[in-house]
Design a protein around this ligand. Structure first.
Ligand code: THU
Length: 135
């Protein structure tokens, strides 16, 4: 799947974003190693902090489907420049292997980054004094 195809997926699912409070709809499309695409949108809540971003929604959908290794994530919003993922989403994205992160806006701007570009010196499981990780 090309980057433009994945962006088109994210732009399409963005129509389902639930963003009545901010009015800022975001769509995400996460391409698994299997070739499957998992969609996410932001889902806001009257209790504002309860809302979830499109990126984390896409990761949750993928993990629920049994996929944990990813080729790419495309994120699309109607922002003046590409929409940078928030800090919480950056941390979430560091949890699973992903090759590239494609940021785009509805006007056609695009930027391709790695997870390390987005979150250098990320906190991860290696920092935890655990003997084993539970899967
Ligand atoms: N939002 C996302 O879904 N992804 C981002 O990368 C940035 C922000 C959402 C959260 C909230 O629903 C709205 O955009 C405004 O912050």
């Amino acid at each position: 799947m090309t980057d433009n195809e994945l962006i088109a997926h994210a732009a399409d699912v963005r129509r389902h974003a639930y963003a009545p409070y901010s009015g800022f709809a975001v769509g995400a499309a996460l391409l698994g190693r299997s070739g499957e695409v998992y969609a996410g949108v932001n889902v806001e809540n009257a209790s504002y902090p309860v809302g979830i971003c499109a990126e984390r929604a896409a990761v949750a959908a993928a993990v629920a489907a049994g996929e944990r290794t990813f080729e790419a994530l495309a994120v699309v919003a109607d922002s003046p420049d590409v929409c940078p993922p928030c800090g919480m989403c950056r941390q979430m994205l560091m949890e699973f292997p992903i090759t590239r992160i494609i940021l785009a806006n509805t006007a056609g701007k695009q930027r391709v980054l790695t997870p390390a570009d987005l979150l250098p010196l990320a906190f991860g499981a290696a920092a935890l004094p655990l003997k084993e990780t539970s899967e």
